[in-house]
Design a binder for this molecule. Structure first.
Ligand SMILES: [Zn+2]
Length: 315
């Protein structure tokens, strides 16, 4: 098996690692700003996963409607003008745009899906990602970037809409034009310091540690330059364990989120993730409740992502 992995690495179609070193040891003490961010993130996860619960067009279209209103209201309260892009029936993508000073440059897209699989309250998948998206938008409200930044909460990521024209991110990618970089914040809430808490699809199973205490940056071979840049910025700004991987699409799970929709228009795009089912035994289960996720570690990852988005929008 190792020989196959080495061959893939040598051929350049699998890239492992990120520039610099992953943070090791205890996380630094939380300052006031991090504590406040943690509280906001915890409140968003509670509202989506506990108060609303299922957000599936299959089992709870009403929950999906309530989530849509919750996210739109949260963005409006931050001062954004929210544009609704109809996707299917009454379900919309929610878009807030931070204009860049050079409107001729392709934008940066940052998003998270707010729907859930059919029978789960989706705290990790993906209230955690939506909470992070809302917190990034909040942090950047008064920024004046060079490139336009588009914040988008996608609907209809989960089956039966995944990879169909009714997937929210497909609708957005097909309408947005050229994209400089797209980030999908997908299931970022669960962490464990225990050995054996992390699994991987082949070939990464041979290459990575078995402790699920890190955030992952996952992409395709074509987006490996974006992966390096994102990894460098994250590691130099946020003391939090991180891992990265780029590989061909046949690797299980590599394209299991909305970043795939931007690959389809030729844009560099990656997924930010705790690796979902490769770590979280509650993935897509009724037990994916708010107790599963760690708002403080989400807040730390989010702080790093703010630096990442600012960097991507700066040239
Ligand atoms: Zn998801």
């Amino acid at each position: 098996m190792r020989a196959v992995v080495l061959a893939l690495l040598a051929a350049g179609c699998v890239k492992t690692g990120l520039p610099g070193r992953s943070h090791r040891g205890a996380l630094p003490a939380a300052d006031d700003a991090l504590a406040e961010s943690t509280a906001r993130i915890g409140a968003h996860v509670h509202a989506l996963a506990a108060d609303i619960g299922r957000r599936s067009p299959v089992t709870s279209a009403k929950g999906l409607d309530r989530a849509e209103d919750y996210v739109a209201d949260a963005l409006t309260a931050q001062g954004w003008e929210v544009v609704r892009q109809p996707v299917e029936k009454s379900h919309d993508n929610l878009i807030a745009t931070l204009p860049g000073s050079d409107g001729s440059l392709a934008p940066v897209v940052v998003g998270a899906h707010y729907d859930t699989a059919a029978y789960t309250p989706g705290a990790d998948d993906n209230a955690s990602g939506v909470a992070s998206l809302l917190e990034i938008a909040r942090a950047m409200r008064d920024d004046r970037p060079l490139r336009t930044v588009i914040f988008v909460a996608w609907t209809h990521e989960e089956p039966p809409n995944f990879a169909t024209p009714f997937m929210g991110s497909v609708a957005h990618a097909q309408s947005v034009g050229e994209v400089h970089a797209a980030l999908s914040i997908e299931t970022i809430g669960m962490y464990s310091d225990a050995r054996g808490s992390q699994h991987y699809p082949f070939p990464f199973s041979v290459l990575y540690p078995n402790r699920g205490d890190f955030i992952g940056f996952i992409t395709n071979t074509r987006s490996r330059r974006l992966l390096s840049r994102v990894g460098r910025t994250f590691r130099t700004t946020e003391p939090f364990p991180s891992r990265g991987a780029a590989g061909p699409r046949w690797i299980t799970g590599l394209d299991w989120s909305d970043h795939r929709s931007y690959w389809s228009i030729g844009a560099p795009a990656l997924m930010v993730t705790d690796t979902a089912l490769f770590r979280n035994p509650h993935y897509h289960e009724p037990s994916d409740t708010e107790e599963v996720v760690d708002p403080e570690r989400i807040a730390r990852v989010t702080r790093g992502l703010v630096a990442v988005v600012r960097d991507l929008a700066s040239d």
